[in-house]
Design a protein around this ligand. Structure first.
Ligand code: FES
Ligand code: FES
Length: 156
């Protein structure tokens, strides 16, 4: 089946089985590999992408569901000229990434939060990121980064 959608602002079309996982189509058919696979079962958030602005686990989404939709992966967070998304810059400042396997998912989930809640409280950040797991950082630096992402942008 031919599936057409917008990926990080550009139109794409792929031939895929309708029930193929969006995660596999992104990584294997489209070679957009920033989105990671952790559990493959909807538990870890490593595969988080935005579909029409809403954070979802790409390992659970059949690609047919994004027909005509707008998909954003971690590759699409930075501005076209390369300026980092505020939360990307804040992760750098705060050391929010260690091994990095969880990082794309956290960045995408945080970007969704900041899109509708530009100045989130720590509880709001923790709630928004509750579906994303990290075995390295202890979460403190990640939460710090997201809380202060807007301040980072203002100081850039
Ligand atoms: S790989 Fe999708 S939630 Fe873990
Ligand atoms: S930085 Fe290693 S799992 Fe999060």
């Amino acid at each position: 089946m031919r599936i057409g959608f917008t990926l990080n602002g550009g139109e794409v079309a792929v031939d895929a089985l309708p029930m193929a996982r969006l995660l596999d189509v992104l990584r294997e058919d489209l070679r957009v590999t920033g989105t990671k696979e952790g559990c493959g079962e909807g538990e870890c958030g490593a595969c988080t992408v935005l579909i029409d602005g809403r954070a979802v686990n790409a390992c659970l989404v059949p690609v047919v569901q994004v027909q005509g939709a707008a998909v954003t992966t971690v590759e699409g967070l930075a501005a076209p000229e390369g300026r980092l998304h505020p939360v990307q810059a804040a992760f750098l400042t705060h050391g929010g990434a260690q091994c990095g396997i969880c990082t794309p998912g956290f960045l995408v989930a945080a970007a969704e939060l900041l899109a509708h809640t530009p100045r989130p409280t720590r509880p709001q950040v923790r709630e928004a990121l509750a579906g994303n797991l990290c075995r390295c950082t202890g979460y403190q630096k990640i939460v710090d980064a997201v809380v202060e992402a807007l301040a980072t942008e203002a100081g850039a």
